[in-house]
Write a protein that binds this ligand. Structure first.
Ligand code: 6PG
Length: 264
């Protein structure tokens, strides 16, 4: 019996093709949100897979016949879904990856750029500081309650970009981690078996209150984790991405054929 898929699966023949298609979709969402509310809140994934997507988003803005198309950066507020607890200039830093692939190439400054702080002595302090930043950014301005910035008291990102680890982790929510059971805090300090081991991550309820979740998955090494996550076959304790269940939003798995395997 075919596995029941949660969300939509969009399969492309290569990582390049999926990045091109995702870049077009991200720009469309950005333009819709900016036109509707004068604001687009974008939460970025770390790791290697989204790098090409970010480069393409930067190019849309500054090169080619449709330069100036793409994301309306002057109305865009940029956040990170997770961070390695290393200095911002460390080669493993997600903040550094985004600056090199995207931010350093924009001719217009985004309305807001909110990296996760990693200069504080303690990751718990960093998580609390980032949560305070998010609360300040998502608290509806006085008299502006019609802005749907919160949903059930959680921040409602217009677009949440995520990746998928071969072990089924997403953001920095790793298998069997106590952070998977967090239902109050927006941001948590996490420990992983990956390097670097200390991480800061948005909690699962924050991910699931997004208006749109796009998960970017490329390569055969991710095929088993993708099947488990996208079909909800396993316990989210073992495959955290299986816990991606938007409360009132859209979930799309942007994958290449190698990762899709028999799902595609
Ligand atoms: C990180 C990411 C993490 C990533 C997956 C996939 O900080 O590493 O946020 O969740 O998305 O580990 O990473 P790759 O894209 O490098 O395979």
């Amino acid at each position: 019996m075919a596995d029941k898929l949660r969300g939509r699966l969009l399969v492309h023949e290569s990582a390049e093709a999926l990045s091109l298609a995702a870049a077009a979709a991200v720009s469309d969402v950005a333009q819709q949100c900016a036109a509707a509310r004068g604001r687009f809140t974008l939460c970025l994934a770390g790791g290697d897979t989204p790098r090409l997507l970010y480069q393409l988003l930067a190019q849309q803005h500054s090169e080619g016949p449709d330069a100036g198309a793409g994301i309306p950066w002057e109305q865009t507020h940029i956040f990170w879904g997770d961070e390695r607890f290393v200095p911002a200039d460390d080669p493993r830093s997600n903040q550094r990856m985004v600056r090199e692939a995207l931010l350093d190439h924009l001719r217009v400054a985004p309305a807001g750029v909110f990296p996760i702080p990693t200069t504080l002595p303690d990751p718990q302090q960093a998580a609390a500081a980032y949560e305070a930043t998010l609360r300040a950014e998502f608290a509806p301005p006085a008299g502006d309650a019609q802005l749907p910035l919160l949903a059930d008291g959680w921040p409602r990102f217009d677009l949440m970009l995520l990746g998928l680890g071969a072990d089924g982790h997403t953001a920095s929510l790793f298998p069997r981690s106590p952070t998977l059971r967090e239902r109050t805090r927006w941001v948590v300090a996490a420990h992983s078996s990956a390097d670097p081991s200390v991480r800061i991550s948005l909690s699962l309820p924050v991910l699931n209150h997004s208006a749109r979740i796009y998960v970017l998955v490329a390569g055969a090494a991710k095929a088993v984790a993708l099947r488990r996550a996208a079909t909800g076959q396993t316990d989210p304790e073992l495959t955290p991405a299986a816990g991606l269940r938007p409360v009132d939003g859209e979930l799309i798995w942007w994958v290449d054929t190698a990762a899709a395997g028999s799902l595609g």
